[in-house]
Design a protein around this ligand. Structure first.
Ligand code: DOR
Ligand code: ZN
Length: 351
């Protein structure tokens, strides 16, 4: 096959940041995707309907100059804290300021220090969300430093997620960026209630690759990539076409200096080449016929939305991923697979 034409995909998990960083990265996401769920973990997190509304306006304003991106639709999320109230959630969801709410266990990842210290604190919030049909998006890792970093997703499933779905059987849940075969199994068993996003990078690298020839900060993200057996399980899940798995890049830009440091930040920037990376995986797994389901159909079906009408195409064409993406303040970001050659290239819209 030399050409793929699919309905335009959506990215169900994106970090756009703010200010000049957002200006640098947003066009890459808006070029590939129609809708995107915007993560709320800014330095000052998005915890209220007003903050979500203002952030959404900044996103749309940043794209205003380019008519090509005028259809891009950011779907905003609420960052849950121990203090979030059911009233704020209801107001934000009913007023269409919040599309979903994001649960970060406190200190699990980037900008999560204001996250939730104990899910018990959120019982009233989950009740409201369950009644409203508002999706709960979960960073599924415990943040207890005594738990091995490679076991944190599995322990979260066992200790937090299983009791949570029993207590709130109607709460719609997305386990974000899953990284283990246990998560794949958990989602399949509980598919009536739970779906999962899968990133391109977790389909491509395993934990050994983070240390290929030395420590590779640009391959470091959270949840941390796991053993090969888990990567293979994720590839099977994504390329199965199963409706409980869909695309979420978790593209998470950090400046070079913040990655290449004595305490480098977690996050992989894949907005530049996301669709091409996924296409390559689907081709390698002989599953290009399932690509549209994963990228463009399963997500909208889970969220009760229509699939997009317009199409995108990818052609078999070698191209080199840029070494750097520049930010207007003089700093830059290194994209995933920088300087490497990819086989597929996204073309213009509408087939
Ligand atoms: O690697 C990650 N980076 N994982 C996350 O959960 C957050 C993200 C970020 O915001 O940088
Ligand atoms: Zn994320």
């Amino acid at each position: 096959m030399t050409k793929i034409i699919i309905k335009r995909p959506d990215d169900w998990h994106v970090h756009l940041r703010d200010g000049v960083m957002m200006e640098a990265v947003l066009p890459y996401t808006a070029r590939q995707f129609h809708r995107a769920i915007i993560m709320p973990n800014l330095v000052n997190p998005i915890t209220t309907p007003r903050l979500a509304d203002e952030y959404k306006k900044r996103i749309l304003q940043s794209l205003e100059a380019n008519t090509e991106y005028s259809k891009f639709m950011p779907l905003m999320t609420c960052y849950l804290t121990d203090e979030t109230s059911g009233d704020i959630i209801a107001e934000g969801f009913k007023g269409e300021y919040f599309f979903a709410a994001k649960l970060y266990p406190a200190n699990a990842t980037t900008n999560s220090s204001m996250g939730v210290t104990d899910v018990k604190n959120l019982v009233p919030v989950f009740s409201v969300m369950e009644q409203l049909g508002m999706p709960l998006l979960i960073h599924g890792e415990v943040s207890d430093s005594s738990i091995d970093i490679f076991d944190r997703e599995y322990v979260f499933i066992k200790e937090i997620l299983m009791p949570l779905i029993n207590e709130f059987p109607k709460l719609k849940i997305v386990m974000e960026h899953i990284t283990t075969k246990e998560a794949v199994e958990f989602v399949r068993i509980n598919r009536k209630q739970v779906s999962a996003t899968i990133t391109a990078h977790h389909l491509i690298i395993n934990r050994t690759n983070i240390f290929d020839g030395g420590i590779n900060p640009h391959k470091y993200c959270l949840p941390i990539p796991k053993r090969e057996v888990h990567r293979l399980s994720l590839r099977e899940a994504a390329t199965s076409g199963d409706s409980c798995f869909f695309l979420g890049t978790d593209t998470a830009p950090h400046r070079i200096g913040d990655k290449e440091s004595s305490c480098g930040c977690a996050g992989i920037f894949s907005a530049v080449n996301a669709l091409e990376l996924y296409a390559q995986v689907f081709e390698e797994e002989n599953a290009l016929n399932k690509f549209e389901k994963f990228a463009s159909l399963n997500g909208p079906a889970f969220y009760g939305l229509k699939a997009n009408e317009d199409k995108v195409n990818l052609s078999k064409k070698k191209w080199r991923v840029p070494d750097l993406i520049h930010i207007s303040d003089g700093s830059s970001i290194i994209p995933f697979k920088a300087g490497e050659t990819l086989d597929w290239k996204m073309g213009s819209s509408n087939g």
